[in-house]
Ligand binder design. Structure first.
Ligand SMILES: C[S@@+](CC[C@H](N)C(=O)[O-])C[C@H]1O[C@@H](n2cnc3c(N)ncnc32)[C@H](O)[C@@H]1O
Length: 230
């Protein structure tokens, strides 16, 4: 099935999918029992990787969640395989949404933000990543895709130019495209420590400003024992 994705985007999307799939398999085989997918859209990993004892939580706009719930029901899937929670990251605290959905902050979690941050403004990216970091027990992992451009350009101009070329550039504009170092810094400022980065392939043509997707994993802040009292 082609989903109407332009040819030049396919290699990047395939690499991104494989990278995140690998993180899901790695997490499940290492004993992680909670997987949170932010901006999940029609992600089908909760079905493809369903495993006894593993809970998937998906956060997205209410309208998307309602449509996805309907589709899942139509194929006989849904809870308990996956919990759909409604969130608009511009206004909602992802931590509160996760708490209400039954996510356990004391247990390790794989958090996924795939193809999402580019749609959020920088402040919202920070707030979301920081909220996830606060719910990330030791052993948790963040897997994220970051939209980047080469150094030395104005990020606002890069995003505007990219949106002018996109069919949905007005309705769903890309907002956060940054030089790689600055994007990784944004992740770290939200409380994560980046442990692995991997460039997605550069699409063959049609990509201005050296735009490229950077895939990364990160760990939560170390839980340090309080200094023992003398
Ligand atoms: C390009 S899709 C990515 C879907 C999926 N993660 C993937 O990689 O195939 C972006 C998703 O982010 C969601 N999204 C964008 N802005 C959002 C916001 N402010 N709050 C919640 N979800 C948002 C959209 O509804 C959409 O499902």
């Amino acid at each position: 099935m082609r989903f109407g994705v332009p040819d030049w985007l396919l290699p990047g999307i395939e690499a991104r999918t494989r990278f995140i799939d690998d993180q899901v398999m790695r997490a499940i085989s290492s004993g992680i029992r909670q997987i949170v997918i932010c901006g999940a859209g029609y992600d089908d990993r909760a079905l493809r990787f369903r495993t006894s004892g593993v809970r998937f939580f998906e956060l997205d706009h209410p309208a998307t969640q309602a449509d996805k719930a309907r589709l899942l029901r139509s194929i006989g899937a849904g809870p308990p395989a996956v919990t759909l929670a409604e969130a608009d990251f511009r206004n909602d605290d992802a931590g509160v949404v996760l708490d209400q959905a039954g996510h356990k902050a004391g247990l390790p979690t794989l958090f996924i933000c795939e193809g999402l941050l580019v749609y959020l403004d920088r402040g919202t990216c920070h707030a979301l990543l920081a909220a996830l970091a606060r719910r990330a027990a030791e052993g948790s992992v963040l897997a994220v895709s970051l939209a980047t451009h080469v150094e030395g350009l104005d990020s606002g101009e890069v995003a505007s130019a990219a949106n002018m070329r996109r069919r949905t550039g007005d309705a769903e504009p890309w907002q956060t495209i940054l030089p790689a170092a600055e994007h990784l810094e944004l992740v770290e400022q939200a409380g994560w420590t980046v442990i692995l980065t991997q460039w997605s392939p550069v699409p063959v043509s049609d990509v201005a400003h050296g735009r490229q997707s950077l895939l990364a994993t990160a760990e939560p802040p170390r839980q340090t024992d309080p200094t023992p009292l003398a």
